[in-house]
Design a protein around this ligand. Structure first.
Ligand code: ADP
Length: 560
């Protein structure tokens, strides 16, 4: 694999990543931001809320009309007509008003006989103020009635055809410098011939409208289940005001002042009155900007998530690519490592086979070399087998009670000759107070050999290997020291990863697979312990396998 090819491979992956994820993601983000900016204070949201408000006000007017209508219809059905004498008519009006105390006064007008009979609410006869106001309204009506009645009667006739026999009139007037709302519902009383201009009138009591009728209507509208305006913390509130004056005349509970969001005049039922609505404690504009802010926050959070995702993907891809490269290096390394001892074994075996060696010592040496090389082969193959078992999740350990001191000593013993042959000073310290622990003998021996082997491989001129076994707190430490090339701090974590080999030129001249330390770590962890390194470049390294006593309680086998 040439370096150049690798570079293009990497570039291609990055390009793919960029084209497939980064570009569309960035485009989406950009578009969303543009979109949000564009709708500015989110006019769409505001318009939608405004529409809902208007809709609710329309419903409010409808409800008011229905309710007023339902109250006037029974009165209309009982209303006297102009057949009969004045006193009888008056008595009938009186009786009717007593029955319906919500009305302030009623009167009957007949054009043909120029009859005008009126009565104020008998229930309030004791209230002189009330009586005076009612009388004034009646007098006013009497002044215009003869002029307006024909038109009004024609209108009622028209509306009767649409099944709406009651019409409403209303407005504001000044009463002792105080404005007062007057209202009239009018209709044609029962049994009046078509050609006559005869009308019945009733007026809702202003107090009743103000204190009972309108508040109940607002409550009904605001608490209705179909109300689309419900905001948890800012419930909608309503008020009713004179159409020409924005100050509230009647307001719903919780009305908190401020400008209404929507307004509608009660043309159909109480002309001169308008109903207005808003949210308590907030404005639609506020909601709009809150919505915008919320969207920006969501967008920002999404961007962060996406950036994180891209970074993770990038890291994984790079890691996978490095691993792929490292794996192919590994195959090359291992093949090389297998070939060298095999070549040596073959060479020495062939020499021995020829039988031409005179010197007995040479024989010994050749046999030793063959043995050592086969041991190296075995160790390498064991490492690879172990590694593949671990990778496949099939590595099993057999824990048995072991005298660690004895195990370490005998393992080193078979290696001592090779260590000394290579010119290394060797030191072995096994403390006497090591308790028996349950370990996998073969695995521990293999870890130790890997560490000692590394000390041999990665030392230049200062040739020293020290092995110690001692108790420390709750664990038993197996320590392998050397005075070799050491490991730079930034690589000390990585050397325990599979296939990892340091950048030092010496390391590249020495054969290796990069598997040894990853196995050591796996074994140490399977025993409930761990392996650590202390090292400084050109000073040397110290590897420590710490096995807790707790591992003594392990039974059976552990699977990786
Ligand atoms: P290998 O020795 O087969 O390369 P290891 O997993 O045993 O694989 O070691 C990984 C790397 O750690 C080595 O390639 C080497 O760079 C570094 N290393 C391990 N032990 C030592 C040591 N005692 N001194 C210096 N470097 C070491």
């Amino acid at each position: 694999m040439s370096k150049k090819w690798r570079l293009t491979d990497r570039t291609r992956t990055l390009l793919t990543l960029e084209l497939a994820i980064v570009l569309p993601a960035a485009a989406l983000m950009g578009f969303s931001i543009w979109n949000l900016k564009h709708i500015q204070r989110s006019e769409a949201v505001e318009a939608a809320i405004q529409r809902d408000f208007s809709h609710v006000l329309k419903i409010a007017e409808k409800k008011t009309w229905h309710k007023a209508n339902d109250m006037v219809i029974p009165v209309r059905n009982k209303f006297p007509n102009a057949d009969g004498d004045r006193d009888k008519i008056k008595a009938k009006l009186e009786q009717m008003l007593t029955e319906y105390p919500e009305f302030a006064y009623a009167f009957l007008y007949d054009k043909k006989s120029n009859l005008f009979v009126s009565r104020a609410q008998p229930g309030r006869d004791w209230d002189s103020g009330f009586y005076a106001r009612a009388q004034e309204s009646i007098n006013m009506a009497q002044s215009w009635i003869s002029l307006d009645a024909p038109q009004m009667a024609a209108k009622v006739h028209r509306m009767e055809k649409e099944d709406e026999p009651v019409l409403f009139e209303g407005g504001w007037m000044l009463n002792d410098n105080q404005r007062a709302y007057y209202n009239l519902a009018y209709f044609i009383p029962p049994d009046v011939p078509k050609d006559r201009v005869e009308l019945g009138f009733v007026s809702f009591d202003e107090d009743y409208l103000r204190k009972t009728f309108l508040p109940a209507m607002m409550k009904d509208v605001l608490t209705s289940r179909s109300n689309v305006l419900q905001l948890e913390e800012n419930p909608p509130v309503m008020m009713i005001h004179p159409s020409k004056d924005p100050a509230p005349w009647v307001s719903s509970a919780n009305w908190d002042g401020g400008n209404p969001e929507a307004d509608r005049s009660f043309e159909l039922v109480f002309p001169g009155l308008s109903v207005a609505i808003k949210y308590q404690g907030t404005t639609v504009a506020d909601i709009g900007s809150k919505f915008l802010r919320y969207n920006y926050i969501v967008l920002a959070a999404l961007s962060v998530l996406m950036a994180g995702g891209i970074w993770l993907t990038y890291r994984n891809v790079s890691r996978e690519m490095t691993l792929a490269r490292v794996k192919s290096d590994f195959v090359a390394n291992v093949s090389h490592e297998l070939r060298t001892p095999l070549a040596l074994i073959r060479l020495y075996a062939e020499t021995l086979e020829l039988g031409r060696l005179k010197d007995k010592e040479k024989y010994q040496e050749y046999f030793r070399i063959i043995r050592e090389e086969s041991e190296r082969l075995t160790a390498l193959i064991n490492n690879i087998l172990d590694f593949s078992r671990i990778e496949a999740g099939r590595k099993e350990y057999e824990f048995q009670e072991t005298d660690l001191g004895e195990l370490v000593h005998s393992t080193l013993e078979s290696y001592r000759f090779q260590i000394q042959q290579n010119g290394f000073a060797f030191e072995e310290n096994i403390s006497g107070d090591i308790p028996p622990v349950k370990v996998d003998r073969e695995a521990i021996a293999r870890s130790l050999l890997n560490l000692v082997n590394n000390a041999l491989k990665y030392s230049r001129d200062r040739k020293f290997i020290g092995v110690s076994l001692y108790r420390s707190g709750g664990s038993i430490n197996l320590e392998v020291r050397d005075s070799g090339i050491g490991i730079p701090a930034n690589e000390q974590d990585k050397i325990f990863e599979k296939f990892y080999r340091c950048g030092d030129p010496l390391v590249h001249n020495v054969k290796g697979s990069g598997l040894g330390l990853s196995l050591v770590r796996h074994i140490a962890r399977a025993h409930g312990g761990d392996v650590t390194v202390e090292s400084a470049p050109e000073k040397g390294s110290k590897f420590t396998i710490a096995l807790p006593f707790a591992s003594a309680s392990q039974t059976g086998s552990a699977t990786a």
